[in-house]
Design a protein around this ligand. Sequence first.
Ligand code: OGA
Ligand code: MN
Length: 282
Amino acid sequence: MARIEVENIKPHLGGIVHVEKADLCEPEVVHECQNALEDRGVLVFPRMNLTDREQLAFTDCMGERVNYTRAVPGSSAAEPDVYRVTLDEEINDSPEYVLGTYFWHIDGVTTNMPLPKATLLTARKVSARGGQTEFANTYAAYEHLPDWEKAEIEGLRALHTVESSLRPVFEEPTEEDRKRWSSMAVKMEHPVVWTHASGRRSLLVGSHAERIVGMPLPDGRAILYRLAEWAGQPDFRYTHQWQEGDLVIWDNCGVMHRVYPYPATSGRTMHRTTIAGTEKIA
Ligand code: OGA
Ligand code: MN
């Protein structure tokens, strides 16, 4: 019988999973991980040291794998469903997407597919400085909003664009940059409050949220920034200090994330796999 234990990290999110690598795809382990992911938002498997093959195998056990960044430099030639998150110029000659991870975001919100259910990262090389990944529970953030603010945002919809997420990264994007982005992603409209099939509600905010539909730009942006700030407050947030070989999975539908800046020269490299979503945002 495979053994698995999940230890809570903070009251509102985070779980450390104690399990043997060999047991990862055992049905009861997968089941427990899926439940813990829904309950804890982010799961840390310390020093699992998965190879790409092993990470893909676990990804496949947890759901259906997807790679929505094939067009972006970083996909591994040997394992095209593994995306290498790095500023290392040898691997990634256009670092804009990776620099965009410095800001609170949700993965895949500007692709025309169900929002990816979960993201998995294995730390292959850590940075001596910076590079901590932070997670914020957007379910808890919604739940704890004061009633007047819940009422204010009820029914609002936001437009999500790649350009918005890269605005903090660029001094001044060129026409060519804009063309490249619009060829890779689409503008998507999503509700600000997502009512999941489970009945739980979460905030859908972050750097891709460009504006609130039908609202003056400053008013809409102020709401979006305030909500992201609220969700990112320490009570709802967990900061992961990476050790080489750590595996972290997060519920991309109930958590937003960002990375503390790190030097490109650190060689920091994460291997990312993604689980497809199954639920339409409503
Ligand atoms: C990502 C991402 C976080 C990190 O790959 O989507 O946000 O810690 N990565 O590199
Ligand atoms: Mn991300």
